[in-house]
Design a protein around this ligand. Structure first.
Ligand SMILES: [Zn+2]
Length: 171
């Protein structure tokens, strides 16, 4: 994932953020700091796999932290969505609205296959389009193509793709 890492890092920096590899202790410390803040994870979002295995996002500072290059680049693409698109913090995310942005970014970086595999158990629950309810990996190829088209249209509507269809930041 080294080649993806440097591309993703370059993109984060270009957008005014950062992607860093930190020691497990640093990540654990950030986790403890976050837990001690009032309301828990107000400015740091620490992801569910826990401080020793996970990817962490310091949303306020636009810093994405990983402890190893073994992390699937698809996870970083997803956290970049929280980092550069969620105007009110990741707690208030409408992440399915930017699925098309993720796909566009993964394709630009060249890690769409990894992103696709990483998302096999990603739950899709749309109020308005129940036909796609279920996990990403359960979709047939046709359903996936239609959903991608639908999400790209939504991303364009939201203005988070540029005129070339490439992902761009919103914050
Ligand atoms: Zn998320």
């Amino acid at each position: 994932m080294t080649v993806y890492f440097s591309r993703l890092q370059e993109k984060c920096e270009y957008w005014g953020g950062d992607l860093e590899i930190v020691g497990k202790r640093t990540l654990e410390q950030l986790y403890l700091d976050a837990m001690h803040r009032t309301g828990g994870l107000g400015s740091y979002k620490i992801f569910s796999e826990g401080p020793l295995r996970g990817v962490a996002l310091a949303w306020k500072d636009k810093r994405i932290l990983i402890t190893s290059l073994d992390v699937n680049p698809g996870r970083i693409v997803h956290e970049m969505g929280h980092c550069f698109l969620d105007l009110d913090g990741p707690e208030n995310s409408d992440e399915l609205s930017w699925l098309g942005w993720e796909i566009s970014l993964a394709k630009e970086i060249g890690c769409y296959q990894e992103w696709d595999a990483q998302n096999s158990d990603y739950g899709l629950y749309f109020d308005d389009v129940p036909i796609w309810s279920g996990d990403w990996g359960e979709l047939t190829d046709d359903a996936k193509s239609l959903l991608i088209e639908n999400r790209m249209a939504e991303a364009r509507r939201l203005g988070i793709l540029d005129s070339m269809g490439r992902a761009r930041p919103r914050r």
